[in-house]
Design a protein around this ligand. Structure first.
Ligand SMILES: Nc1ncnc2c1ncn2[C@@H]1O[C@H](COP(=O)(O)OP(=O)(O)OP(=O)(O)O)[C@@H](O)[C@H]1O
Length: 364
């Protein structure tokens, strides 16, 4: 996938901005506060219908405007076709999505058209944040390579909601718990199978990438915790925790409790790695997902990399650029000075340069 054209209206200080000549590697450079991150945010809005730095639509919309709009054309190398996408977001969160001019209802249809990977300051959450950030990461990957994952995920959400209601009602002598527990056991086991199959492919790619990005690091291990005792089937685990679930009024075991653990020589990566090393591990995790999508014959994801040089020395920044370049996928990178990325980008195809100044984008 690649974004060939982008029109932005009223996203932060980008009142009316366009990016028409995006190539494979695109560097957005400019002073602090010029609007570089906002351009990435606009692309994210187009692919995910939301910002990556705020949950408040009002914050994202240019001051004094009722809504923001982003339109773009996405080309697929697989089908050789192109799709036009449009997202409008109002100040109270109202959302309107269009694909080829037709209104669509689910964000998932958008996500399929424009798979995005973000590497920014929030990405550290993958190591230092709550398990939900890591589950989101995992789900993103499985969603893009296993088409049965998303409907199963929806089924699972329905089942767990019903079971939790049943658990609370049971306290009052209600009934349907057994039915929902059986359904949940089936759905949760399937979700776990999809995740495990994905993880089995992801872990070696991550290991190889980290050997290139940080070869001097000790023994790096990535593990998937499935959310219940791995010696038990999900059905058995649900049965074992039923009494306690009843007590608490919710389901305590299952894929909704899964987590990924990254350790170095047995210690949690978040506790022992420097900030720069953490950033490289985060890049390794994100790059591994892009590699996996590609090797599975799926469309390529687009990388949005905010302020790549921060926290990285020149040699490590160069290694990340080499890996991004090797992926042969479209990349948008922000930095302050033009040379920040230009001087570390590997030979061959040179990045297209876009200067961002006071909310305007110009190719130069
Ligand atoms: N809702 C809004 N309406 C108008 N302007 C906004 C709004 N929200 C933020 N801004 C301004 O938009 C500008 C763009 O911010 P952005 O984070 O994109 O800058 P940047 O170029 O990435 O900067 P840095 O290099 O410091 O990270 C800032 O000057 C900010 O004050």
């Amino acid at each position: 996938m690649s974004l060939s054209q982008l029109n932005i209206h009223h996203v932060r200080n980008l009142r009316r901005a366009s990016l028409n000549d995006a190539n494979r590697i695109n560097v957005l450079y400019g002073e602090n506060g010029s609007g570089k991150t906002s351009v990435l945010e606009a692309v994210h809005l187009l692919g995910m219908a939301r910002s990556f730095r705020t949950t408040s639509a009002r914050t994202l919309i240019s001051h004094g405007e009722p809504h923001c709009v982003v339109q773009g054309t996405v080309r697929s190398a697989l089908t050789n076709g192109s799709v036009s996408l449009g997202v409008q977001r109002g100040g109270r969160g109202e959302l309107s999505l269009r694909i080829n001019g037709e209104s669509v209802r689910t964000v998932a249809s958008l996500v399929e058209q424009l798979p995005l990977q973000v590497i920014n300051a929030n990405s550290f959450d993958l190591l230092t944040g709550t398990p939900s950030a890591r589950r989101q990461y995992l789900n993103w990957g499985v969603f893009h390579v296993e088409h049965r994952f998303f409907p199963e995920w929806q089924r699972f959400q329905r089942c767990i909601k019903q079971r939790n209601t049943g658990l609370r009602r049971d306290k009052l002598g209600g009934g349907e718990l057994a039915v929902w527990t059986r359904e949940l056991a089936k759905s949760g086991a399937l979700l776990n199978d999809y995740r495990q199959a994905y993880f089995a492919q992801l872990a070696p790619l991550f290991r190889d990438l980290m050997q290139r990005l940080l070869p001097q690091l000790g023994e790096l291990e990535l593990r998937l915790r499935q959310g219940w005792d791995k010696r038990l089937s999900y059905e058995e685990a649900l049965a074992a925790s039923q009494a306690s679930d009843r007590e608490k009024g919710f389901t305590q075991v299952g894929p909704q409790r899964a987590d990924l653990k990254v350790t170095v020589d047995g210690y949690p990566a978040a506790d022992v790695l420097s900030r720069g090393q953490q950033k490289l591990v985060v890049c390794g995790l994100k790059l591994a997902q892009g590699q996996l999508m590609q090797s599975a014959g799926h469309s390529r994801c687009i990388y949005l990399v905010d302020d790549l040089p921060s926290e990285l020395d020149t040699a490590h920044c160069q290694r990340v650029c080499e890996e991004l370049d090797a992926l042969q996928t479209q990349v948008f990178i922000t930095c302050v000075a033009r040379e920040d990325v230009a001087r570390v980008w590997p030979g061959g195809e040179q990045p297209s340069m876009f200067h961002v100044e006071h909310g305007e984008i110009s190719a130069r």
